[in-house]
Design a protein around this ligand. Sequence first.
Ligand code: SF4
Ligand code: SF4
Length: 204
Amino acid sequence: MKLVNLVAVVDLEKCIGCKTCERVCPVLAIKVVDGKSQVDTERCRGCAACEQRCPVYAIRMEKRKEPILVGVDVDSVDYGKVIELCGKAKLNPEQVICFCTGTRAEEIAAAILMGAKSPEDVSFMTGARTGCKVECIQPILRLLEAADIKSVPPKGGWQWYGRTVTVWEIPEGVRRKHSSRGFYFDEDEKLLNRVKEAPLQGRR
Ligand code: SF4
Ligand code: SF4
């Protein structure tokens, strides 16, 4: 869940239409039309990625008159299916996967069950990945994959590039080869399995 207090505003005089903002926006809320950038203010999640990367400082973040509370109601979906999806993605439903917004795996799974088909949909619905945008893309991709959704990066975008390998997928030969060189695959796997299987503490 995220309280979106900010919105991106473009200075059209300064904008040179380079599309950098469009390529980095995690929810596809900003687009260059006729050589000038335009923000869909209802879609913007106030992450400031566009502001930070605009080469001519044409974007500023402004305070919203009415903040938007973004999140999904986990109670509105079948929690058994949430558990199933999280299990397939090797995540505990109550595990926080976006530390910037405190979004848990169960919220991402619920968003997918409610119709999210891409990381951009997930971010729009939950607010996850609208902070640092670094850590949570992988678990989001794993949860989408668990729902048999093949994610494709936005065309021409720089938001994300693909799913990386997890500890469970590293072939035995690679594990053995590198275990003497300071990698602790078996220990990592045990620890991550403990997190995945930890009893649920919440309301359910
Ligand atoms: S990054 Fe800046 S200059 Fe480039 S299109 Fe966006 S607003 Fe315009
Ligand atoms: S969501 Fe972030 S990158 Fe997209 S328009 Fe809003 S502030 Fe810019």
